[in-house]
Design a protein around this ligand. Structure first.
Ligand SMILES: *[C@@H]1O[C@H](CO)[C@@H](O)[C@H](O)[C@H]1NC(C)=O
Ligand SMILES: *[C@@H]1O[C@H](CO)[C@@H](O)[C@H](O)[C@H]1NC(C)=O
Ligand SMILES: *[C@@H]1O[C@H](CO)[C@@H](O)[C@H](O)[C@H]1NC(C)=O
Ligand SMILES: *[C@@H]1O[C@H](CO)[C@@H](O)[C@H](O)[C@H]1NC(C)=O
Ligand SMILES: *[C@@H]1O[C@H](CO)[C@@H](O)[C@H](O)[C@H]1NC(C)=O
Ligand SMILES: *[C@@H]1O[C@H](CO)[C@@H](O)[C@H](O)[C@H]1NC(C)=O
Ligand SMILES: *[C@@H]1O[C@H](CO)[C@@H](O)[C@H](O)[C@H]1NC(C)=O
Ligand SMILES: *[C@@H]1O[C@H](CO)[C@@H](O)[C@H](O)[C@H]1NC(C)=O
Ligand SMILES: *[C@@H]1O[C@H](CO)[C@@H](O)[C@H](O)[C@H]1NC(C)=O
Ligand SMILES: *[C@@H]1O[C@H](CO)[C@@H](O)[C@H](O)[C@H]1NC(C)=O
Ligand SMILES: *[C@@H]1O[C@H](CO)[C@@H](O)[C@H](O)[C@H]1NC(C)=O
Ligand SMILES: *[C@@H]1O[C@H](CO)[C@@H](O)[C@H](O)[C@H]1NC(C)=O
Length: 360
């Protein structure tokens, strides 16, 4: 079994160079967050991968791989293990590329073929590297030469929804239907996105564009981390490491932020600023319920001086309409504090229902 698996893995890798494709990227976003799978050619550590890909913080690697926040940089990664790498993406001429990163320095004995297919595990082609670095003759590279490796990515919305594009390296034996199921997408969406008409043409080792649903958040457009895009199944540590925000189905795809209890990463802050909602005793992530209303203190971003918060009130309409005879609707609607008019209308309807129940 083990030998068979190893054989499959090896034959899969040899197919990898043919699997690469550019991702369509027509949005005008100048910079967005994207992810790509890296199947490590050799045993390594998370810290080394961070340096290799020019990722700013170890925590962003931990977050996209959903590894515990306490994981150390010396965490071992074995050969052929898949690690998700976060990077920023720019759209040029209808395709997306990693924004001037990673930068690879040529060593003696390298060829662009080796760099593309072994060092970067088939995530790019020789032609991609050649074009990105304006190399006239791809056989001519010299030790010490710095090369920008243009990883494929996109910033486009998918079916009108904000997503994080994930360059998923297809595992041997996988199928489009399986990928759709695993990442909450549909076969049709994935085929369209990847410019494929026949799902049976999926190749092991192919870099497949998978849109991860991004959680909705209350982050203010004036915040330093706006728009905070966090894909389903991942988390980020933001506000100079003071706040951790998690995106999953458990919170109905609303970003779930909490004080991180880490030391601030910025020298501007000796300790983390208050994460209490203004005028309340609630901390970011805390909520209280009274009758049918739930008040939640949400993360709204950060500035040089402070962490921004927003108090949000959710009214459970199942609960507020649960008087006998009325049909329960299974919806909770979110209203900001200014939404008192709709609350008044609800109260008005409610009194009518009570009135008729009483007199008929
Ligand atoms: C991007 O911006 C250009 C000019 O500002 C505009 O013509 C084009 O339609 C925009 N594209 C998209 C996808 O919004
Ligand atoms: C975009 O495409 C045009 C025509 O194909 C080309 O002339 C131009 O150099 C490209 N720009 C970039 C930034 O790649
Ligand atoms: C993997 O390790 C071997 C042995 O140390 C080394 O020769 C080779 O260059 C490494 N491969 C990559 C892609 O780093
Ligand atoms: C590219 O460089 C190689 C090695 O110097 C040389 O043999 C080859 O003829 C060159 N190709 C072109 C098209 O110039
Ligand atoms: C979110 O991810 C979970 C598991 O990671 C998956 O089951 C679910 O279908 C995904 N949902 C969406 C909408 O992407
Ligand atoms: C989609 O695939 C077709 C056929 O393989 C190709 O001609 C076309 O250029 C591709 N379109 C994009 C946007 O990549
Ligand atoms: C964003 O923050 C600014 C400054 O704190 C504030 O004036 C503005 O009302 C906020 N916007 C929203 C949509 O909350
Ligand atoms: C994020 O949420 C998921 C699902 O609720 C949970 O399994 C995971 O431990 C959370 N991650 C962090 C860092 O809180
Ligand atoms: C989940 O969120 C969606 C969209 O924001 C909303 O329509 C739906 O009612 C929410 N479901 C629950 C159970 O809160
Ligand atoms: C409020 O948030 C803090 C920090 O996240 C947490 O330790 C505490 O348990 C929360 N309290 C309540 C009442 O939810
Ligand atoms: C809303 O209230 C109903 C009835 O009190 C309760 O069964 C339900 O769990 C509540 N839903 C939410 C999302 O809190
Ligand atoms: C629920 O919230 C609405 C809108 O903020 C408010 O008018 C109403 O009095 C609240 N009801 C309860 C029971 O707290």
């Amino acid at each position: 079994m083990g030998i068979l698996k190893l054989f499959l893995t090896l034959s899969l890798l040899s197919i990898a160079p043919t699997g690469h494709a550019d991702f369509a990227c027509s949005s005008n976003t100048t910079n967005c967050e994207a992810l790509i799978d890296y199947v490590t050619p050799n045993a390594t550590t998370l810290s080394k991968l961070k340096t290799f890909f020019g990722v700013k913080s170890l925590r962003s690697i931990l977050g996209v791989n959903n590894l515990p926040v306490s994981t150390s940089g010396s965490h071992a990664v074995s050969a052929q293990e898949t690690v998700r790498i976060p990077f920023s993406c720019i759209c040029t001429n209808g395709t997306g590329k990693s924004n001037k990163r990673p930068i690879y320095t040529v060593v003696s004995g390298d060829s662009l073929y080796y760099i593309a297919n072994t060092v970067f595990a088939g995530l790019v082609t020789v032609a991609d590297i050649g074009a990105a670095n304006q190399i006239q003759n791809v056989s001519l590279i010299v030790p010490g030469q710095k090369l920008w490796i243009p990883l494929p990515c996109s910033c486009d919305k998918v079916n009108g929804q904000t997503v994080v594009h994930y360059g998923h390296v297809v595992a041997s034996g996988s199928s489009v239907a399986q990928i759709a199921q695993e990442y909450g997408s549909t076969v049709q969406t994935l085929l369209t996105l990847n410019n494929m008409s026949d799902p049976s043409k999926l190749l092991a080792g192919q870099v497949f564009d998978v849109p991860l649903k991004a959680c909705s958040s209350s982050v203010n457009s004036s915040s330093d981390d706006y728009p905070l895009l966090v894909g389903n199944g991942t988390y980020v540590v933001t506000a100079n490491d003071c706040v951790l925000c998690n995106c999953s189905s458990t919170n109905n795809y609303t970003l779930d932020c909490q004080p991180s209890e880490l030391k601030p990463s910025s020298s501007k802050w000796s300790t983390c600023p208050s994460t209490l909602c203004t005028g309340s005793s609630l901390n970011i992530g805390n909520s209280t319920s009274t009758n049918c209303n739930t008040t939640t203190c949400s993360y709204a971003g950060y500035t040089n001086q402070s962490i921004l918060t927003a108090l949000e009130v959710t009214t459970n309409q199942t609960c507020s309409a649960s008087s006998p005879g009325s049909s329960p609707s299974n919806q909770a609607s979110k209203i900001h504090l200014g939404g008192w008019i709709s609350a008044l209308i609800l109260a008005f309807i409610h009194s009518f229902v009570l009135y008729f129940q009483h007199f008929w």
